[in-house]
Each structure stands twice: as structure tokens, then as C-alpha cells.
Write a new protein. Structure first.
Length: 519
């Protein structure tokens, strides 16, 4: 299995190859970038090199890059026991990450590469929007170049986190919409643009001289399979009928197609299944060679057992398909105009939870739920928001689960920005407290006398809160080395033995290989 750095390099190089084919970048320029990427010593360095190649003659898209600062430290998740809580061992556990969302995304890549179904982000639009984080990284001046420079590496990582059928929603104002769309076109591809939603969240005013801004934009981009499925749905629909299950369904290839469809892209998804004649059947890419399945073996086995796989003979060869039932996929038709979710609902929600207006301009949960309904196919989807702010996305996921019995998991990441109304930082004063109150019906100090409790019952589930801690890659003090302080169980791993732990850390955290050689 490839480590995180190797996989990121392969993904960036594959994207360069695609841009060569599309005549976006010259072969000689791409070859130089590939050489530099292959020699990169960290994920951050590889992404920065790729960023230098984001000015293309076809689109005319250009901005002056401000690159992330390089450091000698390893960033890793450390559980915040004070803010984490458990309501029921058998319930879902969601995640809240405190710190720079770039570091959060790099760490999430270790466990969640290709596993996130829906991403929603509401990035800062202008100067001072990012508070202390902006001061640390961009001298507190979020000019358009800084905004795009800040977004680019985060979107690259988000692209790698999304599943094959994943989708990302990005709120943006009218001043920056065109520029941010250009950036999304570069990272996700123009062909994967889905929609530019218009949210009319507020009413206009009587003014004969000026224009009243009454709306925001939400850019929507999908991975290739997300776009393909929507196109297939529009063209073909659910034309088959399963008499046993009494449901309409349509068929989709079980083999992955599009980019990253080859065996070497995901070796663990290359294996044999039995065709109707009892012979081993491996995924193949026509004209290329070995391919890969969409599913891991465990899920493939279950889907076959549940009769969700159908074989058909074409050109004297068996071809397997997934049976997609109407009630298993989103079948609603959505418009690109949203005018039934007022801005004021978000502010009222916050006031009901805290009894005061503690956060300015929060997005309404109804708006986020609308995006999730548009973007996800299954009720067990994983949703990520890496500009989490007050935690609206988390509450929206919990409410949607309660409405339809879903098992969706949210992952939130946000910097602990300090403001006049949040002296301890937004995470400690707003985000964590909001989640604790709506999930358990009380705050960390046992407070229950807030208005939300009068009309709602606790939404349940558990919350793991992680801080982003640091350790020097040359740290050698006993019990303080990277191999000691990094907890693999926070990354979906079972507890590892000493040698396995060293190998795992070296494969996933940059800088540790050099330290290992010195031991």
C-alpha cells in the first residue's frame, strides 16, 4: 500500500497528465513539474510545486501565489478529553478538529482518502475574516490573491478526500464568485462543474439608485462518477423492475471508470468475483488492462449476497452491474434557485441555543440539509466541513439523521479564532458548546436553561474532539518521540506493536523517516 506522500504525488502527476491531454499545459513544462513533485520531501512541498503550475493559457486564470510556510514539525491529532463526550457506546461518533484546517486535511487523508461523500465549506471572503489564522499565515490581509492561495492547497486535499461519487459545495459572495469558480475549475475540472446555486436569503430594500445584494452563490462540483451518475439518471431513469423486492432500479457498471480506474490506482480494489458460470472475473479497463472495482471485497460480498448485483452477457462475455434502486438513491429534482431559507433562521437558531447572539451570520441548518439532500446517495454518508465556524453543518447532519433514521457522520474542522464575543476562541465558546447542547440537551457545565430545549429533544450521538498537536521530527527524548506521542487509534487503526507502529508512522507522517535512520 502506498503511503500518503506517495499517493499524493501520484494524484498530482495524474492530474498533470490529464492537463497535457486537454492541451492546458505544455509537455515540457509538465515534465519539469513532475520531476520536482517526485523529488518533493513532503505533501506540502508537492502541493506547492503543483500550485506553481496553475496558470494556464486556455483559461487565462492567474493569481500571485502565497505558499504555505514550511516547518520542521509534525502535526498530528491529539484527543481533547475535556471537550469530547459520549452519550451511548453503541451510537455514532462524530469528529471536531481544532486548528489550521490545512493540517486537519492532511491528517484526515490518512484515514479518509476517497471516503468523504459530501463536503460543504463557507470560506472567508475578505480582509480580517480569518482573525488570528490570517495574521499567522497571510499578515491578516485576505486579498483575492491570498484567498485563492489559501484555498488552492485545501481544495487539492479535499479533492483527494472525496469518494468516487463525492460532491463539494462552496458558499461564496458575488465579489469573489467568478475567481473562486476559476480555481475550482482548475482543481476539480471544468467538466465536473455541476451547478452555481443562488441562495436568496434576504429581502431587498427600497432604493432607486443602487442595487441591493439579496443573494449568495454556492458552487457545486462533483467527482467524475457523481457527474456521470446524474447524467445517466437524467437520460435513462429507473427502467428495470425487481419483482422480488418490488422496486424499480437501474444498472451501473461495478467496475470503476474514468480517472483513477486502473489496478495500480487502488490495488486493494482488484480481486476476482464469480461470474454466473462459476469462473473468476477480474475488473478490466478496455484497451488498457487491469482495472478496479468500485467497492472493497467486504462490501462486494454483502451486495452480492443481497442480490444487488446483476450479470448480463454482452459480446459473449459476462458483465456485472450494480442494481441501483429508486429508494436507495436521491431521485428528487433540484433547482439552482433557493428562496425558501431566510438568513435570519440561522441567527435565531444560535440565539435559541445560547440565549444570546454570540455568532455573526451563521448559515441556517435548513440550507445545509438542502445541500446534503442534493449531494448524497446513502443515509450513511460522511460529511466534512473544514471551515466549520459555529458548527451548523454538524447540527444539520444530526437533525437529518433524526428525521430519516440515517447514520451520517460529520467531521468538522475550524481554527479557534478569538474575537470580542469569543474570548476563549470560537471552538471553546461556540462550536463545541453548540454541539454539546443539541446532542445532549445540556452544556459542559450542566446548564440546561436555553430556549432550544423547550421545543427539541437531544439529538444524541458521541463527539470526539481533536487538537492538532506538534512534535519535532528530530525529537529523541524517551516517551516524546513521534512514535510515542502519535496515537494510531485516532486514525481508525487498531493498536499496533512497536515495529508496526514505527512503520505506520513513517509511512504517514513526513520527517519521521530521517529520524528512524538515525536510531
Amino acid at each position: 500500500m502506498k503511503n500518503t506522500l506517495q499517493q499524493v504525488k501520484l494524484d498530482l502527476i495524474a492530474e498533470l497528465d490529464k492537463r497535457i491531454e486537454d492541451k492546458i499545459i505544455e509537455q515540457s513544462n509538465a515534465d519539469l513539474l513532475k520531476k520536482l513533485i517526485n523529488n518533493a520531501e513532503s505533501v506540502n512541498e508537492a502541493i506547492m510545486i503543483a500550485e506553481l503550475g496553475t496558470t494556464y493559457k486556455r483559461t487565462g486564470f492567474h493569481f500571485d501565489k502565497r505558499l504555505e510556510k514550511m516547518t520542521d514539525t509534525i502535526k498530528y491529532f491529539k484527543k481533547n478529553e475535556k471537550l469530547s463526550f459520549q452519550t451511548d457506546k453503541s451510537a455514532l461518533t462524530h469528529k471536531l478538529i481544532i486548528g489550521d484546517n490545512y493540517d486537519a486535511l492532511l491528517n484526515l487523508l490518512i484515514e479518509y482518502r476517497g471516503k468523504i461523500n459530501v463536503i460543504y465549506i463557507d470560506p472567508p471572503y475578505g480582509k480580517d475574516s480569518m482573525g488570528e489564522f490570517a495574521k499567522t499565515n497571510y499578515d491578516n490581509a485576505i486579498t483575492r490573491d491570498n484567498l485563492l492561495s489559501m484555498l488552492y492547497p485545501r481544495l487539492v486535499l479535499a479533492h483527494q478526500l472525496l469518494s468516487d461519487t463525492g460532491v463539494i459545495f462552496c458558499s461564496i459572495d458575488d465579489k469573489n464568485q467568478a475567481y473562486v469558480k476559476g480555481l475550482f475549475d482548475e482543481v476539480f475540472g471544468e467538466s465536473n462543474f455541476v451547478a452555481n446555486l443562488v441562495w436568496k436569503g434576504r429581502g431587498g430594500r427600497q432604493d432607486s439608485k443602487n442595487y441591493a445584494a439579496i443573494h449568495e452563490f454556492i458552487l457545486v462540483y462533483g467527482m467524475e462518477d457523481f457527474v456521470a451518475e446524474r447524467q445517466e439518471k437524467e437520460l435513462n431513469g429507473f427502467n428495470n423492475y425487481d419483482k422480488k423486492k418490488r422496486k424499480k432500479y437501474k444498472l451501473q457498471f461495478l467496475r470503476k471508470w474514468g480517472s483513477n480506474s486502473r489496478r495500480e490506482d487502488r490495488p486493494n480494489l482488484y480481486y476476482a468475483i464469480k461470474d454466473p458460470d462459476g469462473n473468476d472475473y477480474f475488473p478490466k479497463v478496455p484497451g488498457v488492462g487491469d482495472g478496479r472495482w468500485r467497492w472493497a471485497l467486504a462490501r462486494m460480498t454483502k451486495e452480492i449476497q443481497d442480490d444487488n448485483v446483476e450479470w448480463q452477457q454482452k459480446d459473449n462475455e459476462w458483465v456485472p452491474y450494480e442494481k441501483i434502486y429508486e429508494d436507495r438513491r436521491t431521485s428528487k429534482t433540484f433547482t439552482t434557485w433557493i428562496d425558501d431559507v431566510p438568513v435570519g433562521i440561522g441567527a435565531k437558531e444560535i440565539k435559541d441555543i445560547f440565549n444570546i447572539n454570540i455568532f455573526a451570520y451563521p448559515k441556517p441548518t435548513a440550507l445545509i440539509k438542502r445541500f446534503m439532500e442534493m449531494g448524497m446517495d446513502y443515509k450513511d454518508a460522511t460529511i466534512l466541513d473544514f471551515f466549520a465556524g459555529s458548527g451548523t453543518t454538524g447540527q444539520a447532519v444530526l437533525e437529518l439523521n433524526k428525521q430519516d433514521g440515517g447514520k451520517r457522520q460529520f467531521i468538522l474542522a475550524t481554527a479557534n479564532e478569538i474575537t470580542d464575543t469569543t474570548p476563549n476562541g470560537i471552538v471553546y465558546d461556540v462550536t463545541s458548546k453548540r454541539l454539546k447542547r443539541v446532542m445532549t440537551g445540556e452544556c459542559y457545565d450542566g446548564t440546561k436553561n436555553f430556549k432550544w430545549n423547550e421545543k427539541n429533544s437531544p439529538l444524541g450521538d458521541n463527539l470526539d474532539v481533536y487538537d492538532i498537536a506538534t512534535v519535532a521530527n528530530f525529537e529523541a527524548t524517551e516517551d516524546k518521540t513521534p512514535f510515542d506521542v502519535i496515537d494510531e487509534t485516532l486514525y481508525g487503526q487498531e493498536k499496533l506493536g512497536v515495529n508496526e507502529k514505527i512503520k505506520w508512522v513513517c509511512e504517514n507522517f513526513e520527517g519521521t523517516q530521517k529520524k528512524l535512520e538515525d536510531i
